[in-house]
Design a protein around this ligand. Structure first.
Ligand SMILES: Nc1ncnc2c1ncn2[C@@H]1O[C@H](COP(=O)(O)OP(=O)(O)OP(=O)(O)O)[C@@H](O)[C@H]1O
Ligand SMILES: [Mg+2]
Length: 354
């Protein structure tokens, strides 16, 4: 269980929103229609403690990458606050932000797109070091060779002069990891870092990330749509649905006692070897709705196998699950005042409204 008394919080997101305006047609403008927006992230709050790995899971389009980019202030929030180590990133000037950048780094899914094809691996890995820490060429080279050894890019002096296309996919992702670590960051946002890697190297990369986390005292925001991967590396998991965080808690609680039907559906899609952890929930149906006009009430109600009337009428808030500190879910029927409507609730005493 997460230690509730010793919150050494590194990153905090407070009711963060990111709405992307949608281009209006001439007809819509003439008709005076109000500006539409994709509500990619729509009021999300969570924290990550120092040294922790928080996973963010959810289907494509749920807002995971947008949260990652907001956390690094690669995107400006429409509303809310992003706080890194007590500093509100929203308020930083361009210069202050530039100085803070070295403390937070990102590892994207596609190493080929992340690495400059015209830079050698050595130049690419050393770029941030040169900008943020020390521009002396000998110092840069030393730092690059050292970090390349740490991430298993060996022989480092040979690979130093290679170009990205001359490396294997696994080696390229190691180069991206090296480039992220060379500025000695506190926070790493890893956005589907192994999704494009060959199956044979995925576990190796995850093990490397775990090992580096200990060695460099890192904190990860680990984005993945795959709960099996999340289970391997995360301490806590947050589940996103259509711009909202619908559940968050320790790995054990999310896997052992998932409360939100969406989390349960995601878990049902993961092959679980332990039969006691399997759920009988039907697999999720339909597609994720449009984020411009999300469903009323609980955004998941249009696909939820247990939805009741209340679910389309009132938006559920995240509530702590009884007896599980730090485990929150936003479901009227599983954590709210309407628990008696939940068909799975053993204490059901009232019939659902007609
Ligand atoms: N720059 C942008 N302009 C407009 N809409 C955007 C922009 N970036 C993201 N979106 C929209 O915001 C929503 C969330 O996108 P996001 O990339 O954060 O989802 P995701 O959970 O990372 O999905 P995936 O698993 O496919 O990577 C989507 O509807 C997406 O189309
Ligand atoms: Mg994404």
């Amino acid at each position: 269980m997460t230690d509730q008394t010793n919150h050494d919080v590194l990153l905090e997101m407070k009711d963060v929103k990111k709405h992307f305006p949608v281009k209006q047609s001439v007809f819509e403008r003439v008709a005076g229609e109000s500006q539409k927006a994709v509500r990619a992230v729509d009021g999300v709050s969570f924290h990550i403690n120092r040294g922790e790995v928080l996973g963010l899971a959810g289907e494509s389009g749920s807002g995971k990458t947008t949260i990652g980019r907001l956390a690094l202030r690669l995107l400006d929030a429409t509303d809310g606050q992003v706080i890194l180590d007590g500093v509100v990133l929203n308020d930083l000037s361009a210069e202050e932000l530039r100085r803070t950048r070295k403390r937070m780094q990102v590892i994207f899914q596609d190493p080929m797109a992340s690495l400059n094809p015209r830079m050698t691996i050595g130049e690419g890995v050393g770029h941030g070091y040169k900008i943020h820490l020390n521009s002396d060429p000998a110092a840069v080279r030393r730092a690059v060779l050292e970090i390349m050894e740490k991430v298993g890019l060996t022989p480092a002096d040979v690979l130093y002069d290679k170009y990205p296309h001359q490396l294997s996919g696994g080696q390229r992702q190691r180069a991206v990891i090296a480039r992220a670590l060379i500025t000695r960051p506190d926070l790493i946002v890893a956005d589907e870092p192994i999704a494009m890697a060959d199956v044979s190297v995925r576990v190796l990369l995850l093990d490397l990330m775990k090992q580096l986390k200990e060695e460099f005292n890192l904190t990860y925001l680990f984005i993945t749509h795959d709960l099996a991967t999340a289970k391997y590396i995360c301490d806590r998991i947050g589940v996103m649905y259509l711009g909202k965080l619908v559940e968050i808690g320790d790995l054990r609680d999310i896997y052992g006692n998932p409360r939100h039907p969406y989390t349960q559906a995601l878990l049902a899609a993961v092959p679980v070897p332990d039969p006691t952890l399997r759920t009988d929930d039907p697999p999720i149906r339909g597609e994720i709705p449009n984020a411009i006009n999300p469903p009323s009430g609980c955004r998941f109600h249009t696909r939820c196998p247990i939805a009741a009337d209340i679910c389309s009428q009132e938006e559920p808030v995240l509530r702590e699950v009884d007896g599980e500190p730090g485990h929150f879910a936003a479901c009227h029927l599983r954590t709210g005042d309407y628990k008696h409507l939940d068909p799975e609730n053993q204490d059901a005493t009232e019939a659902p409204p007609q």
